[in-house]
Write a protein that binds this ligand. Structure first.
Ligand code: PMP
Length: 456
């Protein structure tokens, strides 16, 4: 009987003791993005004087290309708010870029500019009422964004044997149970965390399934320009009417902190573009003016930018291939990367040894690896893999990208970069992977004679 009268008092008491009862239920209990948490832990260990190998946070190692920096300098005076959908010249430059790349007749009106593609991804999930469909593993922020907004998340399983790619069968299986359900599928290639990408035949098959079930396909091509063979192609070629291309300056241009992302829509999805820009107008207003002016230069391309890209890709390819080989040699399951700067490794073959050392989950593995060797990587469970599977993402970025680019300039353009180049210029990453291998095999860091020659 007295329950209803007590309720407001109990609520007030609770609110005083636990102020977070008033947090939006979708946000309560959510933790800071895993990638940021690892970089804070690394910073703390460094403060304590430890040598930390930063293979956790996925920040490109290369500086922003010089012509783009010059353009930013020249536009520092631009102080006025720009249109919410973006600077017209930039929208035009992005449309032209995708026209050139994909042979699709994109126009300025198809492009939306935002302060990072991450923000635009959040807004599109907010305005579209549908399930979020993502592969496991997937980049760390897609799922939390859906959780914050209150969308259902449907994970599509993948396997190491398939290069952690989703298959048309896997996608079809998920959709055919409820064929008319509205869905957004985010397909990211080259992929974070796996480093693999999709070939044209695979994209064509996935496009057929997407068309059959009228899926909105958000094609996250933020690493497109880092594909090692320089031949990245969008699934928009095969499913133009349902694909939104997501891209930006953060990876290929080394400008993550500049915060500039782009979405390119087909014209039958203008209703979505308009809805996102309405919410944008009530939230971020418009993207930084000087950055947008500088981005025009980045999207125009030209010989200097082409060389920068060519050399970035050569370095990442040589390093990624060499690291994958090292890991495979001792029995780690890891696909050879095809773009970007990540490896996604399964330590399943070391399960027995690790269990003897009290390690049964990927988070325990990553914590112990960091404490015992100073090598920071991210557990696969942050990307949606089961914790007991013992997977981790290795971001091979802890080296001086500016120096490596200058040295790559001296190697004839048609040549691949050698193992010596890798050891000489990406030394810290190589040493970190040596430590990881030694630690997996016998629980200790690599002895100095395994690593010393590379520090010279
Ligand atoms: N997608 C993927 C796969 C990413 O790795 C990132 C950044 N780490 C983003 C999107 C977001 O990039 P931004 O917001 O900087 O454009």
């Amino acid at each position: 009987m007295c329950q209803p009268d007590l309720e407001p008092i109990l609520m007030a008491l609770n609110a005083e003791q636990y102020p977070d009862v008033h947090l939006n239920l979708n946000v309560r209990g959510l933790e800071q993005s895993a990638t940021l948490a690892i970089s804070e832990r690394c910073a703390q260990l460094r403060k304590e004087g430890r040598d930390v190998y930063r293979l956790g946070l996925g920040q490109p190692p290369f500086p922003v290309a010089e012509p783009v920096i010059e353009e930013l300098r020249a536009n520092a005076y631009q102080r006025e708010y720009l249109p919410v959908k973006g600077l017209p010249a930039l929208r035009e430059a992005v449309a032209r870029y995708h026209r050139r790349q994909e042979g699709i007749e994109y126009a300025r009106e198809d492009v939306l500019i935002g302060p990072g593609s991450k923000e635009l991804m959040f807004l599109i999930q907010l305005v579209y009422y549908g399930d979020l469909v993502i592969p496991t593993p997937s980049w760390v922020s897609y799922a939390p964004q859906a959780t914050i907004i209150g969308r259902h998340i449907r994970w599509v399983p993948t396997k190491f044997e398939d290069g952690w790619r989703i298959t048309p069968e896997g996608l079809g299986e998920l959709c055919h149970k409820d064929p008319t359900r509205p869905r957004i599928l985010i397909l990211n290639y080259p992929n974070n965390p796996s480093g693999t990408t999709y070939g044209n035949a695979e994209l064509q098959e996935l496009a057929k399934v997407a068309r059959r079930y009228k899926i909105i396909l958000l094609s996250d091509e933020i690493y497109g320009e880092t594909q090692f063979n320089g031949k990245h192609q969008s699934i928009a070629r095969y499913y133009p009417e349902g694909t939104i291309i997501s891209a930006g300056l953060s990876k290929w241009c080394g400008a993550g902190g500049w915060r500039l992302g782009t979405f390119t829509f087909p014209n039958n999805l203008y209703w979505l573009l308009d809805a996102v820009s309405v919410v944008a107008s009530e939230t971020f207003t418009s993207t930084s003016a000087p950055i947008q002016h500088a981005a025009v230069r980045a999207y125009e391309g030209g010989i200097e930018i082409e060389r920068y890209l060519w050399n970035s890709r050569r370095i990442l390819k040589a390093l990624g291939t060499s690291l994958a080989a090292r890991l495979q040699r001792i029995g780690v399951d890891v696909p050879v990367p095809e773009g970007g700067f990540y490896l996604f490794a399964s330590f399943n073959n070391f399960r027995k040894k690790l269990e003897q050392r009290g390690i049964t989950t990927d988070t325990e593995l990553c914590n112990r690896l960091l404490e015992e060797t100073g090598v920071a990587v991210l557990p696969g469970s942050q990307f949606g893999r089961p914790a007991e599977e013992l997977t981790a993402r290795i971001a091979f970025v802890d080296f001086d990208g500016a120096r490596a680019l200058v040295s790559a300039e001296a190697v004839p353009l048609e040549k691949e970069l050698s193992e010596d180049f890798v050891s000489g210029h990406c030394n810290r990453v190589v040493v970190a992977v040596e430590h990881l291998c030694a630690w997996l095999e016998n629980g200790e860091k690599a002895p100095p004679d395994h690593t010393d020659f590379r520090s010279k």
